[in-house]
Design a protein around this ligand. Structure first.
Ligand code: G3I
Length: 355
């Protein structure tokens, strides 16, 4: 495959436009099956779209609940919940399940500087920094769980603890560097103390479930469970960025967590259209892939559902990083004009013959 493949072709024939369904009932069928099907949303415009409730029965605010968006001043630990409350309250009024994302997320600070916790801590004497970040982390978890108590019942309490590459080492993110490797346990225990009614999830970016990194993640989770650290479930993000997960490997991996007594969820599913460019109809191939991934969840009782990491192809975090993710990304169930893509009817058909 030539290096040009990375950048060309940029457009594919949208044969699905000849048969876009008037209405879909994926959200309703998922509810009847007791499964969550959701999307990450950026704003009210996406949530208010007429298709939302046809497609989904769940929602994850993509960024609105993150530390960098709700805490307006790190020194005074001041919060502004206006944006987040508007999204959450509207979603609840729509009858949606709301997933909380994400209370402790090192990369948001290290990679996206949202907020830049290193810069904040460097203003203070080195001897104070560990205690300061530990206090901020614990206080943030408590404030968020108290504020959303009774509204958000599942939280990605800790997000992405592993290095993105390699054999599954614990990432030396800002929390690991200042609070220590037991930041994960401290965060999970704090969440349980703050609200014993929520489902506590540890959410990880994986899409290979048979390599050393996947094994290391499983062993980390197993160790937490065996030590009685509060944990109810695992989120498998399933970002298919440069390769496609063989769906059957996902089922086997989910069953291992189920055997520990945990729930599992596919929390951030996306597969760049570029990965299907070898197929005659990449949109159809993408849809079949999403159908097959969803089937793995339906086959594992402990799997709570599937969330796509965006509402429509108009916006994707990948489009903001064009050198890492050359277009076409187009990873979601609605296209750039919010037209229904082939994946929707393919996934919907699963509920006509499952559970
Ligand atoms: O909305 C502002 C815009 O007004 C401003 O001009 C622009 C430039 O500063 O920033 C925009 O906000 C950005 C936001 O994405 C929306 O584009 C934030 O800076 C940027 O930090 C934020 O990135 C998010 C990233 O997590 C970090 O929080 C992405 O949207 C979001 O898709 C991504 O999602 C993560 C999950 O939380 C965890 N798993 C991996 C996944 C992908 O990285």
């Amino acid at each position: 495959m030539s290096a040009l493949w990375i950048y060309y072709p940029r457009e594919y024939i949208r044969s699905y436009l000849a048969s876009v369904p008037e209405t879909v009932s994926l959200g309703n069928k998922a509810s009847l099956a007791g499964v969550n099907v959701g999307a990450a949303v950026r704003d009210m415009n996406q949530l208010n779209d007429s298709r939302y409730l046809q497609l989904y029965n769940s929602v994850t605010p993509e960024n609105a609940l993150k530390l960098g968006r709700v805490m307006t001043d790190l020194d005074t630990q001041t919060y502004d919940f206006e944006e987040a409350d508007a999204l959450v309250n509207h979603a609840l009024a729509m009858g949606l399940n709301v997933r909380g994302h994400a209370l402790v997320f090192g990369k948001a600070s290290d990679m996206f500087k949202s907020p830049d916790l290193d810069a904040w801590l460097e203003q203070y004497p080195e001897t104070q920094r560990s205690a300061m970040l530990t206090q901020l982390m614990r206080q943030h978890i408590s404030v968020m769980l108290q504020h959303y108590r009774g509204r958000i019942h599942t939280w990605d309490v800790v997000n992405e603890v592993l290095d993105l590459f390699g054999n599954g080492n614990i990432e030396k993110n800002v929390f690991q560097r200042y609070v220590g490797e037991d930041y994960i346990e401290i965060a999970l225990r704090t969440a349980k103390e703050a609200d014993e009614t929520i489902k506590i999830v540890l959410n990880e970016q994986l899409n290979n479930y048979t390599d050393n990194r996947a094994e290391a993640f499983f062993e980390l989770i197993k160790s937490l469970v065996e030590r009685g650290v509060p944990l109810d479930g695992v989120g498998l993000q399933a970002h298919n960025l440069y390769s496609l997960t063989p769906p059957h490997t996902l089922k086997a991996y989910m069953k291992r967590f189920a055997a520990l007594g945990l729930s599992v969820e596919i929390t951030e599913l996306e597969a760049r259209l570029k990965l299907f460019s070898n197929f005659d109809d990449p949109y159809l191939a993408q849809g079949k892939f999403y159908r097959d991934i969803t089937q793995q969840c339906l086959d594992v009782k402990a799997c709570l559902g599937v969330t796509f990491w965006g509402y429509s192809d108009e916006t994707s975090w990948m489009n903001e990083l064009p050198y890492l993710f050359p277009v076409p990304n187009e990873p979601y169930l609605l296209d750039i004009n919010r037209k229904v893509k082939p994946a929707v009817s393919l996934i919907e058909s699963l509920f006509d013959s499952n559970r």
